[in-house]
Structures are given as C-alpha cells and as structure tokens.
Design a protein around this ligand. Structure first.
Ligand code: PLP
Length: 360
C-alpha cells in the first residue's frame, strides 16, 4: 500500500527562489558573487536594527511574544488604525498562505493577473480554488479585464501594486473606480510589497484610508524590501477587525520570532534610512534605464526596486552566463529577465557583465 497525497498537492511545483549566493560560490568556485535576483535591499537594514538585535541576542531560549503586541501597536499608530486591525506574519509569504487557508473553498474562483507574484496561484491551487487569469495589458494590471471576470463564484481578487515582476503600477483613481465596482462579498487583496519605492505621485497615497469604505479589502506589507529584513521573515497585514480575527485563528503560534519583532520595531523608527534607500534606488533605476536605452532594450517603467527588461537573447542562457561571472539575476520568460536595483557599483558591474555575455 502506498501513501497518498492530497490531489491538489500532486500537481503543484515547489517555489523556486532566487539562487542563493552560497550555491553560486560553491558551484563555480567563486569568491565574489553579487545577487540581484530577489529584490533585496543592497544597503541591508538600518543601523538601528542591528542595535535592537544585539539587545535580544541572549533571549533566543524564550518564545517570542505570540501576539506581537509592541509591533502591532507601533504599526497601528503609524497608520492610525486599531491594533486589532493589524496582523504581523512571517513575511507576507506566510500571509498569502494564511489568506488562502482562511477564505478559499474548493471550486471558488480566485482572480489574479499574469504575470504577477507566483504565490497567489500556488496557494489558490493548494486549497482547490480555481485560478482565473487576467493577462497584463502593456505589462500593467488590467482592472477592467478583472472586473469582467467576476462571477457569483468569485471569492478573491489579488492585486499587486506596484507589480512584481514588471514594476508597473495602477493609479489611485484607477483603484478607486475599481473598488467601487467590486461586489462587497469579494475579497480584494492589495499587496504593497514595493510601495515605498514608488516615485509617481498618482500612486494610491494611503491605501489604509480605503479600509473605511471597503471592509472587503486586505492590505499586505512587508519588511523584506525597503526595510532590509528579508532573512528575518516579517511582514504585516491591515484589514477589518473581523478579517484579522479570522485569519488569526489559523496562524501558527509564535510565527514572528523575537529577532524579527525587535528588528521590525527598530526599522519603523528610522525614516532617514528609508529616504536614503529610496534615493539610491531612484538613482540606480535612472542609470539602468539609460544603459538599457543605449542597448535599445525594451522595459516597462518600474516603480519598484527591480526592472523587467527584454535582453533579446534567451533569458535562461543569459542567467547562466551571468552566474558564471558571479552575477545572479532572475530569468523570467523568453528573452525577459528581472534585475534588482543594487548599489551604483553593483549596477555598473551588472551592465559590464551583461554586455560581455550578450557579445558572446
Ligand atoms: C509582491 C510580493 N508579495 C509578497 C512577497 C513576499 O515577501 P516576504 O514574504 O519576504 O514578505 C514578495 C517577495 O518577493 C513579493 O514580491
């Protein structure tokens, strides 16, 4: 007799993360490797985070505060909501998973874009939901196309703004018009993993304000990108008290560890660091645009810390050749790659290596 797995699991594929630096060093015998593959912060985290971590360094034998009380209070203060409307999680990855477990019944239709963050589709399938795919238009979310797909079976709509991997965004007016047309029993998830990098002023300024009018809205945020805490796994969600209380029922106890909580609290208190990272990213983006322009490459304008660009050669091959040279990027599809914006030194090195690979 053989063991059996849930049928929803059988066809799933495991998430393939950006290749770790350690693997590339080992495989190619390299000592210097730069990773521009997972949209991490090239400046790391605020010095205040390091100080906060030192203070809790000797406390790893103790379970963390399972309620994340201090962190919840700090977030609720920042966004002017009740602490009961906030739920920290082990990265927003864990929240994407918990949302699927909380809401998706077998046969529910879950609307999402293509191409977008791949965990939306994976967690939908995991729960036996039916992914309803709406292709991007000009590499941007097609909100009218999404509205057309709503049926009585629709349970969730996933929005990623700005979008990973294309870096494109939809405007405040577009979001407002969209939300007005979505039935109130359909959950709208608004994933703002990259909002701190947005430079355009028609981006939704304060998505949390929308919660006053839309109790079906769930806002996802993370400390992994601008705040540089990717390794510690901490993100948070803001929504109605009812939604938060229900997601909280299926949360693993102690999901946000002591170090993550201390680091996140300290990170929130360093706005100067955020400004510095924002400026660096903007400068790096302009530099990469200008180099891509010289090479005649197509790319949608990005409001994130990564650029989706058509390098006009097989992306997988370009990825492998760059890797041999100690540079990790993300091959996406066909001749399109995604590159995270690094320090100016890293960006320049990336362009140098890319030119070398493309000439080959
Ligand atoms: C759009 C989006 N949402 C969520 C995540 C998950 O981030 P984390 O789990 O590190 O908070 C990512 C990570 O790349 C992302 O790009």
């Amino acid at each position: 007799m053989s063991i059996s797995f849930r049928k929803e699991i059988k066809d799933l594929v495991a998430y393939k993360p950006g290749k770790p630096i350690e693997d590339v060093k080992r495989e190619y015998g390299l000592t210097d490797v730069i990773k521009l593959a997972s949209n991490e912060n090239p400046l790391g985290a605020s010095p205040k985070v390091k100080e906060a971590l030192k203070k809790v360094m000797d406390e790893f034998a103790l379970y963390p505060d399972g309620n994340c009380t201090e962190l919840k209070n700090a977030i609720s203060k920042k966004f002017n909501v009740q602490p009961t409307q906030v739920l920290p999680s082990a990265g927003s990855d864990e929240m994407v998973d918990m949302i699927a477990k909380t809401f998706v019944n077998h046969g529910d239709e879950i609307i999402m874009a293509d191409i977008t963050f791949p965990r939306y589709i994976a967690t939908t399938k995991m729960m036996g939901g039916i992914p309803v795919i709406v292709p991007l238009k000009n590499w941007t979310y097609d909100l009218d196309g999404i509205l057309e797909k709503i049926t009585p079976k629709t349970k969730i709509i996933w929005l990623c703004n700005p979008n990973n991997p294309t870096g494109t965004m939809v405007t405040e007016n577009e979001i407002l018009n969209f939300l007005k047309k979505v039935p109130s029993n359909v959950i709208v998830i608004y994933d703002e993993a990259y909002n701190e990098y947005v430079t355009r002023d028609d981006y939704p300024k304060n998505s949390v304000n929308l919660l006053k009018d839309y109790s079906n809205l769930i806002i996802l945020k993370t400390f992994s990108k601008m705040y540089g805490l990717a390794s510690l796994r901490v993100g948070y969600t803001i929504s109605s008290e009812e939604i938060i209380a229900n997601i909280n029922k299926i949360r693993c106890p102690f999901d946000v560890n002591r170090f993550a909580q201390a680091a996140a609290l300290a990170a929130l208190q360093d706005e100067d660091f955020v400004k510095k990272c924002y400026e660096l990213n903007k400068q790096g983006k302009e530099y990469l645009y200008s180099e891509f322009d010289k090479m005649g490459f197509e790319y949608p304008k990005s409001e994130t810390n990564h650029i989706f660009v058509n390098v006009e050669q097989d992306a997988q091959q370009v990825f492998l050749e760059l890797q041999k040279r100690g540079m990790i990027i993300r091959p996406m599809m066909g001749t399109w790659i995604r590159v995270s914006i690094g320090t100016m030194e890293q960006n320049k090195l990336f362009i140098e290596k890319l030119k070398e690979v493309l000439k080959k």
